[in-house]
Design a protein around this ligand. Structure first.
Ligand code: UDH
Ligand code: MN
Length: 361
């Protein structure tokens, strides 16, 4: 072959190569339906009973709802980065600062309608950029539907503006039995992490409404107490080590501390126990400035089944001793129902006080 023909052959090969590359780019980016996307669309079941009786059996996952395939909204591989989106800006562009809070509950349909970007189970990720934070919002819950409606009406628009990749997990303790806020938060953490690789957990009382959207629901280098300034306490810390209400920890920090204690049944003490765990693990509680970390607390009476826990002072003396064996690694619960709602994932759980405290008190 003379040099001229060689050059022609080379050119043809080059054109074929470039055409191949362009075709590949087109088909990988043009929104070709994925298998999990197709299966998820067909999933119609929303409430599923689970007959399992322990925590390992409680993996009533959405995968069972969807013929063995994790739905797109919970898929581990569904980060926007796989779509080649740019990272979201460091400072989300549409934050307002101080917020007008809604104190009236809307219907669930209305809340879903006001937040059209939500995926089933109260999942969201920004459509046009890759979120910097993947956050599981865990709400310990029993019989406070009015509060939950008010909270989610306020929370979804704020978290969407904060450009988070997030999910709302409402951990609903079934009757009978004393309420155990800390254990519900442990369960929420475990159940959320089973479904998606969240980097961060925000534990959120149902009756605290954020008043400033610069209060970003992400996890910094140290555990963060988000609800530092609450109207009920005249927007001041009632005591310097307080950690109740709303708080954020990374997955790694929470695992290092073995989560919360499971032993606090009834009201009080579990948050102070966590503050002590944080110190024992070598972490420090951080807070946003008081003008940002502001919340309104919805007024309410004491709940039945959540009376003050007289054991809390005794328990708080043994935090360091219990930490390694009382927490994420000693969870026992079952999941009778998982309900995938438009605004949140409701996970009903059954726990048994005798089972948890047996031989420990
Ligand atoms: N929670 C429920 N249901 C219950 C009990 C507690 O959902 O039956 C959850 C809920 O997320 C709540 C959190 O647990 O926000 C903490 O419980 P709480 O709101 O009772 O705690 P708080 O510190 O208790 O607000 C103060 C006692 C209220 C008495 C006021 C009467 N004047
Ligand atoms: Mn309260």
């Amino acid at each position: 072959m003379d040099r001229c023909s060689k050059f022609r052959v080379f050119n043809v090969l080059l054109v074929v190569c470039v055409a191949n590359f362009l075709l590949y780019r087109y088909f990988s980016q043009a929104g070709m339906p994925t298998l999990s996307g197709l299966i998820f669309k067909d999933a119609s079941l929303r409430v599923t009973p689970d007959s399992s009786a322990n925590s390992s059996g409680s993996i009533l996952t959405l995968s069972r709802l969807t013929n063995g395939t994790t739905p797109a909204s919970f898929s581990h591989s569904a980060h926007n980065s796989s779509l080649g989106l740019p990272l979201c800006p460091l400072v989300p562009p549409s934050l307002n600062g101080p917020l007008a809070t809604f104190k009236e509950a809307s219907s669930w349909e209305q809340i879903a309608k006001e937040n059209p970007g939500l995926q089933p189970g109260g999942r969201y990720k920004p459509p046009d950029c890759e979120a910097r934070h993947r956050v599981a919002i865990v709400i310990p819950y029993r019989n406070r539907e009015e509060h939950l409606k008010i909270l989610l009406k306020n929370l979804h628009p704020m978290l969407i503006r904060q450009q988070l990749d997030y999910g709302i997990f409402v951990i609903d303790q079934a009757l009978p039995g004393k309420f155990n806020r800390a254990m519900l938060m442990n369960i929420g953490f475990v159940e959320a992490m089973k479904r998606y690789d969240f980097q961060c957990a925000v534990f959120h009382d149902v009756d605290l409404i954020p008043e400033n959207d610069k209060n970003i629901y992400s996890c910094p280098e140290m555990p963060r107490h988000l609800s530092a300034a609450i109207d009920k306490f005249n927007y001041r810390l009632p005591y310097s080590g307080i950690y109740g209400g709303v708080s954020a920890v990374t997955k790694a920090q929470f695992e290092k501390m073995n989560g919360f204690s499971n032993m606090f049944f009834g009201w009080g003490g579990e948050d102070d126990d966590m503050a002590a765990r944080i110190a024992h693990a070598g972490f420090k509680i951080t807070r946003y400035p008081m003008e940002i970390a502001r919340y309104k607390m919805i007024k309410h009476n004491n709940d039945r089944g959540n009376e003050q826990n007289p054991q809390r002072f005794a328990l708080l003396k043994t935090t360091a001793k219990r930490m390694a064996t009382d927490g994420l690694n000693s969870l026992k619960y079952s999941v009778p129902v998982v309900e995938e709602l438009p605004t949140h994932l409701r996970i009903q759980v059954l726990i048994n006080e005798q089972d948890i405290l047996k031989g420990k008190m």
